[in-house]
Every structure is written in structure tokens, then in C-alpha cells.
Write a new protein. Structure first.
Ligand code: ATP
Ligand code: MN
Length: 460
């Protein structure tokens, strides 16, 4: 039988009606006369209080109602005598469905995030991770809603890819070859003809290239799927497996692209503020008293937009000492991005980066030096979105491919779009976990995905 969830019960007026609830015991306290059991079923951050009159229950039957145990309770929903909840359950029957003994690791509160990461199979049962994963769900739903409401089509791009155009060196290889007995070509290289796909394949680092193919047919598309990067970046902002949202739009230029990205981010933050109130209030009170105010400020203000060149001028003349020196042509470091966001006190969109530090597919500006890239920098996070207007001119694109020594035959299918009905188009990639980091105020990206994959870590 399906029982009522706690989120529903807490919205219901208690007038003695019979209810049944199932969930996990957070705490049990009380005395010889009465036991108070806080039950959480994951539907909401709040527990429902179960009151067991010890005249009705033997001490033995209550003994196994311990922190972590799974129980079912039948009783009456009544107005609560105590503080902190409007209703509680006056228990008639309590059954222990699954015991948890004193070795259950979440006995008391106040575990470190590091410890909780080691027990990632149990941490969803904490208030914090319950809140984070509920918010994560709502954000995923909001992503689909945003695009669906605006006529975008969800395109499923492949996870196994035959091209490594974008991620040279950063990709996980996919193979069914026997690593202890690799088939070799006469010259000693590995014979991938014998591999599952008859060629070398990898896990995707981005769905963009295939996304563009979709946009050239459906007009407006987005992808939302897992991406994989074998970069050895042990930072609080990088995962080896993360989820990315990548819209791609025919007939959009870089300005349209920026407008969409800004509107999209504001929509998502507003959606969180409207939909995830209880969880955000919990995180705000527990970890980060500035969280909700910071979210609100992103919604309220226009993002600052400036070119990379202007940003570098500002960084060079601001008088601040940086660990990494900055000059035109270098990639901006985290400290530079932070400075810019703090300087403008709002998210910043940087555009028109040097061609040499950006990908081959970005549209070249007439100055011959810069491309129509746009990165969005967020308070706390740094880069949250990377995007660009795409180079739609065949000659320009093929020249870049050759200059960068990208094997043409491997992406001939991509280049084809510039031969057959090419048009102006643009898109961007939003790292889903970076968004969740910002929304939840968590400080480590390992704490916003249920089972993080990072260098030397693929437990669970
Ligand atoms: P960074 O400089 O922070 O490594 P990037 O330039 O490699 O980012 P892109 O290739 O533009 O990032 O990817 C688009 C978005 O995907 C980024 O803006 C970011 O939000 C997210 N992202 C990139 N790499 C990672 C990662 N390893 N883990 C989580 N999110 C990532
Ligand atoms: Mn990177």
C-alpha cells in the first residue's frame, strides 16, 4: 500500500483522521510516559513528529525505533502540542520495517563534508543532502520546462563518440579490446579495426558538435546529458563526470546568445527561489547566511557585459597583485574572474576572446585576432557558462581546422553543415553542477552530485 508522504501530511489540517506514514527515524527522545519520534521520508526537509503514548507500547517494541531505522506508523493526525510543527501523529501502531543498529554512521549531527563524502551511499539521509538533491531535481525539471516553453527540442547527442576534435588528451577511451593482449598493426600501433566499433572511441566531452547538426534541422535544440573529462583537475569546481546543458540556436548571433543565457540563468535562479523555499532556507540558515540574498541579487540586476580586451585592461590597471600575471592573449585565471565579478558586484559576460585560446569552431571577428566567444562568470563559481557564435563560413572554418591540425576526415560530417545550407548560429554550455553549487551555496562540487567521480575516486 502506498502511504501518504510527509510533505502532504504537513499541509493537512489535523482533526484526528487516520493516517499512515513510512520513513526513516531521525531521532527518538522521551521518557517513561511518552516517546517522540522524528520521521523523515525524503519528500520534504521537515520531519513529522510521531508521539507514542507508552501506555500503548511496550518499551521493548520501541527499543528498535532507533536513528536510521525504517518504520511505518499508523495513527491519528492531530494539531501539535509542541513547537516547530503544526501537526503530529498520535501513534496507534508502529512497525519497524528495517532496523539500524548503533553502527549506523549518522547517529549525531555535525559530520564534516569530507566524512559524508566517504559515506555517499548514506549521506542522502542527512538534511543537507536531502535539500541539495531535491533542489537538483527541481533545477533539472526547470531546465526542460524553460526550453520546452520556448519551442526548443531536446536532442539526445551520443555519449560514446568517434571524434576527439574537442577534447584532445582529456577524453576517456571506450574499448572492448583486451588490454593485456592488444591487437597490433605491423607498425606496432593498436589495431582499432578489431575494436567494438571498428575504430577508436571515447566518452563525449560535449554534445555541441552534434547539437549543431540538430539546430541545422530543428532550429532550436538543447542537449542535457552527462559529459566526461579526464582532466586531472582536483579543484572544488571540476568533476570527471558532470552534466551539461547545451542549447544550440539557428539564426542567433552572439548578442542573441547572451540574451538567452542571461534570461535562462535568471529563470533558473528565480525558479529555485519560488520552488525550493524550505530547502534554501535550511541551507541559508545552516551554512551561508548570504545565500538567498545572493540568489535574489542575480535575478534583480542586469549582468555586466564587456570584452575580454576591456577586462584585461581593467585587470592590468586595477592595482591588484595577482598570483598569475595577466596580459592580452593569456587565459584568465580564477583569481582574475573573481576580481571582475567582485568589481562589478554582479555576474559578468566576457566576449571576444583571443582566437588562440579558444576552440576552432568559434566565429572569427573582422580584426583577425578575436572570436565571438562568451563566458559567463558568476560570484563564487567563476565560469558557469562557456559559449560562442559559431563559425558558419566554410572557408574560415576549414582554415582553422587545418591550422590547428585537427584531422579533417574525422569531422567531415560537422564541416558538411557549412557546405549545405549554412547559416548564422550560436550556442552555449551550462555546467549543471556549477549551477547547483551556486544555487545551494555548497562549496565543493563533489557535494552537489550524488556520486562524484574525480581523479582516483569512483567509489559507489
Ligand atoms: P573551466 O575553465 O572552468 O575548466 P571550460 O572552459 O573547460 O571550464 P567549457 O568547455 O566551456 O568549460 O564547458 C562549459 C561549461 O561546463 C563550463 O562553463 C562549466 O560550467 C562546465 N564545466 C566544464 N568543465 C567542468 C568540469 N570538469 N566539471 C564540472 N563542470 C565543468
Ligand atoms: Mn576545463
Amino acid at each position: 500500500m502506498i502511504t501518504t508522504r510527509v510533505a502532504e501530511l504537513l499541509k493537512t489540517a489535523g482533526n484526528g483522521q487516520a493516517v499512515e506514514v513510512r520513513g526513516w527515524v531521525r531521532t527518538r527522545r522521551g521518557n517513561k510516559q511518552v516517546a517522540f519520534i522524528a520521521v523523515n521520508d525524503g519528500s520534504i526537509i521537515h520531519n513529522i513528529q510521531v508521539v507514542a503514548d507508552m501506555e500503548k507500547f511496550s518499551e521493548d517494541s520501541i527499543k528498535k525505533v532507533t536513528t536510521g531505522a525504517c518504520i511505518s506508523v499508523k495513527g491519528k493526525l492531530v494539531p501539535s502540542q509542541g513547537q516547530g510543527q503544526s501537526v503530529e501523529i498520535q501513534a496507534d501502531e508502529i512497525h519497524v520495517l528495517g532496523e539500524a543498529d548503533e553502527t549506523f554512521p549518522l547517529q549525531k549531527k555535525g559530520h564534516s563534508m569530507e566524512f559524508l563524502r566517504e559515506i555517499a551511499h548514506l549521506r542522502p539521509r542527512t538534511n543537507t543532502f536531502g535539500a541539495v538533491f531535491r533542489i537538483r531535481h527541481h533545477m533539472a525539471f526547470a531546465v526542460h520546462k524553460y526550453f520546452n516553453d520556448r519551442g526548443f527540442y531536446y536532442l539526445h547527442t551520443p555519449i560514446i563518440t568517434g571524434s576527439d576534435a574537442e577534447g584532445a588528451g582529456e577524453m576517456f577511451q571506450v574499448t572492448t579490446l583486451d588490454l593485456h593482449n592488444l591487437p597490433k598493426n605491423p607498425d606496432g600501433s593498436i589495431n582499432h579495426k578489431e575494436d567494438f566499433f571498428g575504430k577508436a572511441t571515447n566518452l563525449t566531452v560535449s554534445g555541441q558538435l552534434e547539437g549543431e547538426l540538430g539546430a541545422m534541422a530543428l532550429g532550436l535544440i538543447y542537449t542535457f546529458g552527462p559529459t566526461f573529462r579526464a582532466e586531472n583537475s582536483n579543484t572544488p569546481r571540476h568533476l570527471a563526470e558532470f552534466w551539461m546543458i547545451e542549447p544550440e540556436m539557428a539564426f542567433y548571433d552572439i548578442k542573441d546568445n547572451m540574451d538567452l543565457a542571461e534570461d535562462f540563468l535568471k529563470y533558473l535562479v528565480r525558479y529555485a527561489l519560488d520552488t525550493c523555499k524550505d530547502d534554501l532556507e535550511f541551507l541559508n540558515s545552516m551554512y551561508d547566511k548570504g545565500l538567498i540574498a545572493r540568489l535574489q541579487s542575480v535575478v534583480d540586476q542586469p549582468f555586466e557585459r564587456l570584452t575580454y580586451t576591456k577586462a584585461v585592461e581593467l585587470l592590468e590597471t586595477c592595482g591588484q597583485k595577482f598570483e598569475f600575471p595577466v596580459s592580452w592573449g593569456t587565459d584568465l585565471q580564477k583569481e582574475h574572474e573573481n576580481y571582475l565579478v567582485e568589481h562589478f558586484k554582479r555576474p559578468v559576460i566576457l566576449t571576444d576572446y583571443p582566437m588562440t585560446i579558444k576552440a576552432f569552431y568559434m566565429k572569427q571577428n573582422d580584426d583577425g585576432k578575436t572570436v565571438r566567444a562568451m563566458d559567463i562568470l558568476f560570484p563564487w563559481i567563476g565560469e558557469i557558462i562557456g559559449g560562442s557564435q559559431r563559425e558558419e563560413r566554410y572557408e574560415k572554418l576549414i582554415q582553422r581546422v587545418r591550422d590547428m591540425k585537427i584531422p579533417e576526415h574525422e569531422i567531415s560530417w560537422y564541416i558538411d553543415t557549412r557546405k549545405f545550407g549554412t547559416c548564422e548560429h550560436a550556442g552555449f554550455g551550462l555546467g549543471f553542477e556549477r549551477l547547483i553549487l551556486f544555487i545551494t551555496g555548497m562549496t565543493n562540487i563533489r557535494d552537489v552530485i550524488p556520486f562524484p567521480r574525480t581523479p582516483k575516486n569512483a567509489e559507489f
